[in-house]
Unconditional design. Structure first.
Length: 186
């Protein structure tokens, strides 16, 4: 689940923070799961913001924070209460390390011995990314619908690699976009 700083931005009419909408959608998704047939849910979010030594990002700026994904809840079994509580407690901060968020979601799915391999799936509530797998900010601040460009190339590659790892593991990734319908063309 993307909880980056831009998720605090508002959209729609009446104006609503994206994260508020995302929480509602995610909790609705969880409510449709069926514990009676073995449905389980886990939660990975991004970013986890950590201090670091100064580094220069791909477009020339200098930063002293890195951004990662984090496992908030492993698969729950038949009780979804702890996941819904974690969803309610999320707040928006930092950049968008979608590749590491996907990697942490995959770790939840593939690390679960109780989950039958024929039923694996992963739901990713996300958007474009601009953080490399090593946690460093790329500095790209542009419109992703026109291409990532050199500044964000590594973050795009890292996200593609994370998606390929999910495919190789037999995990289906569902994306749920929150925002205006005509913003992204790819």
């Amino acid at each position: 689940m993307d909880i980056s700083g831009s998720m605090a931005d508002s959209w729609s009419s009446p104006s609503t923070p994206k994260l508020t909408t995302a929480k509602t959608v995610l909790k609705s998704f969880v409510s449709m799961l069926r514990p009676d047939v073995g449905d389980q849910v886990g939660l990975a979010t991004f970013p986890l913001v950590q201090s670091s030594s100064n580094y220069t990002e791909d477009c020339g700026g200098s930063y002293n924070q890195k951004y990662y994904g984090q496992i908030v809840k492993n698969l729950t079994g038949t009780s979804y209460t702890t996941v819904n509580t974690a969803i309610d407690g999320m707040s928006a901060v930092g950049g968008t390390p979608i590749a590491d968020g996907m990697t942490k979601g995959l770790a939840i799915m593939t690390g679960a011995a109780v989950w039958p391999p024929t039923r694996r799936s992963s739901s990713c509530l996300g958007r474009y990314g601009n953080i490399e797998a090593n946690g460093q900010w790329t500095g790209y601040q542009g419109n992703t619908s026109t291409g990532m460009g050199g500044c964000n190339g590594q973050a795009e590659t890292d996200a593609t690699n994370a998606a390929q790892a999910a495919k190789t593991a037999g995990v289906t990734v569902f994306t749920i976009a929150i925002g205006d319908s005509n913003v992204f063309s790819r």
